[in-house]
Design a protein around this ligand. Sequence first.
Ligand code: ADP
Ligand code: MG
Length: 446
Amino acid sequence: MKPPNDNPSSGSFSLESSRPKVPTRILCVEDNDGDFRLFQLHLGDSPLKPRPSLQRARTLSEAAELISSASDQSGPFDLIVLDLSLPDSAGPATYFRLRNLAPETAIVILSGTTDHELSLEMVQHGAQDYLPKDTLSGDLLGRSLLYALERQRVRMGMKKLNDQLQRTTCELQTTQMHLIQAEKLESLGRLAAGVAHEVKNPLGVLQMGVDYFSNKTATLGGNAELILANMQEAITRADTIIHDMLDFSRSDQLKMNLCNVNELMGSSLRMVHHELLKNKITIIKTLATNLPNVRVDGAKLEQVLINIIMNAAQAMPSGGPLLVSTFSAEFSESSHDEGSRDLERLRSGDEVIVLEVRDHGSGIPEEILPRIFEPFFTTKPTGEGTGLGLAVARRIVELHRGRLQMTNMTSPTGVRARIVLQPDFSLSPQAAPSIPQAEVPTVQFI
Ligand SMILES: Nc1ncnc2c1ncn2[C@@H]1O[C@H](COP(=O)(O)OP(=O)(O)O)[C@@H](O)[C@H]1O
Ligand SMILES: [Mg+2]
């Protein structure tokens, strides 16, 4: 390509390679008939080949209509030549309005004798060029329009690259966040394991002491029995926390078996039956039949379900319905999976088995939603919550290459917890090419 001649007044020019193969589509926005005819004439004289196709608008609103119908039919105009003084708009506003209407189109200002400065200002705001009406010639016009087209093409290319760059930066930041989160959890896991081991032995000694004195309450007298009961409660609680901490830090101790998800749901509910009864919680079950088995550590999965069910029960202090369901579905990503470690395993559209628990509490406040999986994050008073339930639950589910999704629901409010697992067709006794759907509609209230 020959270097473009940058001097607009230098007569003939050559931009062969920039010349479009199809006619350039130009919209001339000009209310003055004389000026428009002159423009038309110079355009005819210009060396633009093939001959451009030209449309005219006399007002800004007419231009808006033409731009919109052109976009719908054959795509945006290639070029708009604009007079800034129109019957329905004047001055810089005319340019800015038109720029908004046609962001992808090159705009060249047709400038009268009095508004050269203004036209130059518009060029500084993104107009591709300005053409003084009084000194217009075919050559100058052709050259200016070709350069305008070329500059706009480069500008749009840069914009595309910039958008791509921004998207990539965004993705990079998200990946970095996941890595930092995973790193944080990893070190927390190691720390938790260390602390748990250290505390386990002294706790054992305390337990032996309590056992020893429990047989001697009669001789000890006073409040010995009550004090010992309190001590026992404290030891049990500390022991539970240590177990949770160890669960959180252990990562390779799964005993995998083929399990039926409905049986897992049933056994978990039986284990917390008493608590649910006490809290006036009614269970509404919708369990799909004929689901393929899953290959999981049944005891660990029960632990996950119990954590979730207990959270749900605690979220409904005055009782109410708790909906539990199992079904097959197509996997879809949840925005609250952030920090999930096994992001590459499940893809949107994969067939999955879902165990769902839906409560009717007040939901999780949006501001704490990103933190609920953090170890030791709790909104419950000391003694009631350790903040390890969901951290452990997520860790276990991820070890199964599944997902734990917690979603706030509206009308009625509450939380929908989903354990999403991959079915094991290959090893399942009920191996099936595709997952049978739930026989009954999953959950009535959602
Ligand atoms: N079903 C739920 N409804 C409302 N909030 C919930 C629910 N499940 C979890 N949460 C919130 O997530 C926090 C962390 O839960 P979890 O890790 O189980 O710890 P804990 O139950 O010991 O507080 C809870 O303190 C609570 O604020
Ligand atoms: Mg909990």
